[in-house]
Ligand binder design. Sequence first.
Ligand code: HEM
Length: 402
Amino acid sequence: MPTQLNEVPEALLSDFDIVEDSGLFVDPQQRLLDSLVKDPRDVVYTPHNGGHWLVTSHELGREILSNAELFGSFPIGIPANMAQRPRLIPLESDASEHRRYRRLLLPIFEPTAVDRLRMGAETLAAEVLDEVLPTGEFDFLWKVAKPISMGLFVRQLGLEPERLDEFYAWETGFYRAPSMEERVACGEKIGGYLFEVVRRHVEQPSDDIVGMLLDVEVEGEKLALEEVHAICYLLFLASIDTVATMLSFIIRHLARDKILFENLKADRSKIADSVDEFLRMHAFINLNRICEQDTEFHGAQFKAGDNIVVPSFVTDRDERTFSDPDTFNPERSKKERNQHHAFGAGAHKCIGLHVAKMEVRVVLEAFFDRVSSLELLSEKAVTGHGGTTMGLDTLPIKVTLD
Ligand code: HEM
């Protein structure tokens, strides 16, 4: 039986609600800075969202994420939205199965394969920016970040671009619709639609990611149709919106830091290293693991079935791992630069990270090619949310062009 509130020593109790705390809707990052980053305790328990632990030190977070046997990844979510959906592959697979899936998937997401996606990304970024930037004032998230990143996602998977709004509504509804029934209904829509997509690809083979999943073969092994469906489901949740979220945090950062904006505009060769530093400073996934057996963990008694949340934004601001963590410094040592948890750590570290970084770089380069000044229209108009995947919901900006 998982930990009950009355079993937790008072010294380890926290009242922080990582999904519904009102400050998260104003600014999720500032709220985490004011709450969990400031809290000197490395491990606390909160009764909210079904009750879960929060592990906020970078080192202890890594310890959890690197031990897939003791800290399993099924089910994912705070709390998990599980009904009527397949067990997500490879994220929720058992450790032994997981190795097989990673082997099958790696060829699809390796850097050389990603290079082939670059031209499509450059073309779409240029099209969207050339249409939107001349208007001068617009919401970056809705007019630029989402159309580009979601547009790329639907092309990569061979989905219908004209249904983008629907896909976005299902994905946000899956995580954040007001009631569990609505969340489950969104999950059913995603599952049903992707089932049709896989079937269509079997009938009409194509060279997009779904086509590759159906074809991929390593040492004579192929994926079953249900496995392809469960992978597509995860890709839908993992990649439809993540790049847009990262881009919106980066553009807000640049709008607030004029010197950095000028420096990157003047020297584009610095963009590549800056992307990792942006990722560290703006990590937005609140990772979670399920404890597989009763365990003493650095002074806390975890029980089998406990949900353990590792908020990557908080671990990546740990001054014991990152010197001066609240300062943007693209010249960090290689060791510091590669340690961030924006893409997780251990066996489940994001397999799409090369795709994600390529897309972020392409959009930033195209943005700097065209924009000479950037500011937020109003700090107060920017809103956001917490939960499994934190993000901004609006980002009104003003630009002038070269
Ligand atoms: C900035 C954008 C992105 C961020 C911040 C991000 C973050 C993450 C994180 C933190 C994990 C680990 C989850 C866990 O351990 O519980 C993960 C896993 C994963 N991501 Fe991403 N992701 C991004 C973009 C993408 C893209 C574009 C794709 C696909 C094209 C993708 C596909 C996946 C997959 C398949 C997994 C599961 C890997 C496994 O279980 O072995 N992600 N991602």
